[in-house]
Design a protein around this ligand. Structure first.
Ligand code: NUP
Length: 212
């Protein structure tokens, strides 16, 4: 049984608010990222607050510890409930993100293995397993692991155990089905298959039901 997170990678406030309002009642969280925030500014977080569900900033933070902390300050100051960070910058950079998130009452998710084919170059295999162990040691709240490779997500679940969450992208446009991963994860992340649908609410409803 997994939650449904909408990846709201649309451009502009009007479209973002339209899709979020259309999907009201069907979502457990909204994930925003560079496409939306670069087109609207971080003020979009307040505009989406009417949805009354957590907003998670997928900024895949990847910098030195001080810069990571400054990024977290802005994200949580804007009203986000969580942030997604990379881990490959090392344990000090990761700790800065986790600690800054917790200092602001937020949660921090760590990208371990990515969902696209190119992830196999670096962001997969032993590297992903090391990053999962690092995420656990840092006290992160959860990890990001691919619905497109459910067996890998199962392996990463084995590493982090049951006390951390897994959110899983790749369902819909990238080819995975909710049924592929729902038993391993706490939430599926779906973008285009919802926000590009003729009826986003109906699409979200179907994913929500199938993720249960
Ligand atoms: O490994 C990852 N794969 C991935 O697709 C990590 C991510 N954060 N994402 C994000 O999930 C991606 O940036 C997009 O926002 C969403 C998937 O969107 P879609 O393929 O369902 O449209």
């Amino acid at each position: 049984m997994a939650d449904l997170l909408l990846a709201l990678d649309v451009k502009g406030k009007a479209e973002a608010v339209r899709v979020a309002a259309a999907c009201a009642g069907e979502l457990d969280a909204i994930k925003i990222g560079y496409p939306l925030v670069l087109s609207t500014g971080l003020g979009i977080v307040k505009d989406l607050a009417k949805s009354e569900i957590p907003i998670i900033a997928d900024f895949k933070v990847a910098d030195i510890p001080n810069t990571n902390s400054l990024i977290c300050e802005e994200v949580f100051g804007a009203g986000c409930a969580g942030i997604i960070t990379h881990a490959f910058c090392g344990s000090d950079s990761l700790a800065a993100c986790v600690d800054a998130s917790h200092d602001h009452g937020g949660v921090c998710f760590v990208v371990c293995e990515m969902s696209h084919p190119g992830a196999l170059d670096f962001l997969s295999g032993e590297n992903a397993e090391r990053m999962a162990r690092m995420a656990k040691a840092a006290g992160a709240d959860g990890i990001i692991a691919p619905a497109t490779r459910p067996e890998r997500t199962a392996t990463l679940r084995g590493i982090i155990g049951s006390s951390m969450k897994i959110y899983s992208p790749g369902v819909g446009a990238q080819g995975a089905q909710p049924e592929d991963v729902k038993k391993y994860v706490d939430g599926i992340i779906v973008g285009r298959a919802i926000y590009e649908a003729a009826d986003p609410k109906a699409a979200a409803h179907e994913f929500r039901v199938r993720a249960r």
